[in-house]
Design a binder for this molecule. Structure first.
Ligand SMILES: Cc1cc2nc3c(=O)[nH]c(=O)nc-3n(C[C@H](O)[C@H](O)[C@H](O)COP(=O)(O)OP(=O)(O)OC[C@H]3O[C@@H](n4cnc5c(N)ncnc54)[C@H](O)[C@@H]3O)c2cc1C
Length: 509
């Protein structure tokens, strides 16, 4: 081992929320045959944030690596299936579109599908891009089945994620971690000791005076960043000039309908409201900008837009959008809310937990690390956060609402340069540029551009090599093929009843 290589014999994970237990489960499995002790310290007295119910498909890959099947997780967490997000009133009031986890149309002659669609549009064809997405069509029709393992064409490709109970999911991760040898301590940490020789964290002190030392600490302590910020003063990059929302109020309610396979995000005067259907209840929340409305107004708006009976008093959250300047500082790595926060508009927080864990596991092919790996981890974490940030900003920037100052300011905002470049390329050439470390691929960007009617001025002229009638016929066949496929798919609640343990209430059966 070279001098700069730091050996890891013990890891302490601070925090037992979604981030902490996901990290513990993945680490316990990864280090299973290596002499590395993993201990998670959490405080049941302090509790967890308890929200975070909508996910993206990467989550399914994460738990599969832990040996869990989709059906295991659906049953254990009261989950429903998610094919995408429906955005209501975002572009203009009364508008609606779906961002699916899937593709639009079929490319031909090395030209992306949307260029063919754009040409027909120019010729007066008014069919929506959404008609070329199986994911959108299934979501709109409340249908669900597992995607074909080997899809016959791009038209059959769609992906899916889950809406789940966050507490139950953390329990599942906990069971998995403990089964693989992780240890847990329920206690409040009241002090963090720094080694004055190198600035590393040497130990944490619990309320009863017990001191726990480790080679590596993973900070999953939530927004405050007990280790990464309060002890190591790492610093936070504030992005509130781009993402104006800084508060949320959330409440669970009784289900008011059959569970649908999509999240609903409805824009309001100074923010937006989520509706996340679980098997047994619905999660609701209003994310808003406190410069424009106060807590009371935000809560009234939330409650006025919930159909089912609420199950508890609304809970409030306050946050600063942004990221920790270094995700890995000294011998401490921040994961989850301790590493930063972007509003849950595209359900990316848990996804950023997974990707951080994935990167760590790649770093630890042996139980040690060096400074070069730390720097690479920080560089990639930064890029990944920025790319998600830009995708979220696009939703605000492209709005055409005229009903409030909030939406006007969002529309007028100056963009981060990479986003500006990306939007410019799409507008002027129809090019969907993909940057490294982007979680959302070109079809996701296309869904949002199209949903906001932000469309290119031109289409790729290579499209003109194909006779117009042939393009018309091809696109007609694609729409028909999708319609036929949707007809053959069962209802989402049927899928849940059959495989996921869903029991409909007599009134909704
Ligand atoms: C309003 C809102 C809505 C959200 N919706 C979504 C969503 O739909 N999808 C999504 O992907 N994400 C969402 N998120 C983000 C998601 O909730 C978090 O990413 C996820 O829950 C992970 O949280 P965490 O584990 O980092 O922190 P927490 O859940 O806050 O856990 C922190 C842990 O640290 C422990 N701890 C803290 N201090 C101490 C101490 N002194 N001693 C011992 N233990 C301590 C706590 O007890 C707890 O166990 C949302 C967030 C908010 C605010």
């Amino acid at each position: 081992m070279s001098v700069s290589e730091q050996a890891i014999k013990s890891i302490v994970i601070v925090g037992g929320g979604t981030a902490g237990w996901m990290t513990a489960a993945a680490m316990a499995k990864h280090f299973g045959n290596m002499p590395v002790e993993i201990t998670l310290v959490e405080s049941s007295q302090l509790g967890t944030i308890g929200v975070g119910e909508a996910t993206i498909p990467t989550l399914r890959r994460f738990y599969a690596k832990l040996g869990l099947t989709d059906i295991d997780v659906i049953k254990a967490t009261n989950a429903t299936c998610k094919l995408g997000i429906e955005f209501k009133d975002w572009h203009t009031k009364s508008s609606s579109f779906i961002h699916p986890f899937g593709l639009f149309g079929q490319p031909a002659n090395n030209v992306a599908f949307h260029h063919y669609w754009l040409k027909l549009r120019e010729k007066g064809d008014i069919t929506s891009l959404a008609e070329y997405s199986l994911g959108v069509s299934l979501a709109q029709n409340n249908k669900f089945c597992l995607p074909a393992p080997k899809p016959s064409s791009p038209l059959a490709i769609f992906d899916w994620a889950l809406h789940f109970d966050a507490g139950l999911f953390a329990n599942l991760m906990r069971d998995n971690a403990l089964a693989n040898g992780a240890k847990t301590i329920d206690a409040k940490i009241c002090d963090v000791k720094i080694d004055s020789t190198n600035g590393n964290i040497s130990a944490i002190t619990l309320e009863d005076g017990q001191s726990i030392s480790a080679d590596l600490f993973i900070d999953c302590s939530g927004f405050k960043g007990l280790l990464i910020e309060e002890a190591l003063n790492t610093g936070y990059e504030d992005w509130s000039h781009w993402l104006l929302c800084d508060r949320a109020v959330a409440v669970q309610s009784e289900s008011d309908s059959i569970p649908i396979p999509r999240t609903i995000s409805t824009a309001h005067q100074a923010g937006w409201q989520w509706k996340i259907p679980l098997q047994t209840r619905t999660g609701n929340g209003h994310v808003y900008c406190s410069q424009f409305i106060d807590k009371q107004q935000a809560t009234e708006t939330l409650l006025a837009n919930i159909a089912g009976k609420t199950l508890h008093e609304p809970r409030e959250f306050s946050f600063t959008p942004g990221r920790r300047q270094k995700a890995w500082n000294k011998n401490c790595i921040a994961i989850g809310l301790a590493s930063g926060f972007l509003e849950p508009l595209e359900s990316t927080s848990i996804a950023l937990i997974e990707t951080a864990i994935e990167r760590l596991l790649l770093t630890f092919d042996k139980p040690s690390y060096n400074q070069q790996q730390v720097e690479r981890f920080n560089e990639v974490s930064k890029m990944e956060y920025e790319r998600v940030r830009d995708f979220i900003i696009l939703h605000y920037k492209a709005n055409q609402r005229t009903d409030s100052e909030f939406w006007q300011i969002c529309r007028d905002m100056q963009l981060p340069s990479e986003l500006e470049h990306k939007m410019h390329l799409f507008k002027t050439q129809g090019t969907l540029e993909r940057y490294p470390w982007e979680i959302f691929g070109p079809d996701s960007w296309l869904a949002i551009y199209h949903g906001f009617n932000y469309l290119p001025d031109v289409y790729d002229k290579k499209v003109d090599n194909m006779p117009l009638e042939e393009i018309q016929k091809g696109l007609f066949q694609m729409r028909n093929s999708i319609k036929k496929s949707v007809k053959a798919v069962p209802e989402h609640q049927e899928f849940l009843q059959r495989f996921g343990g869903y029991q409909p209430k007599p009134s909704t059966a």
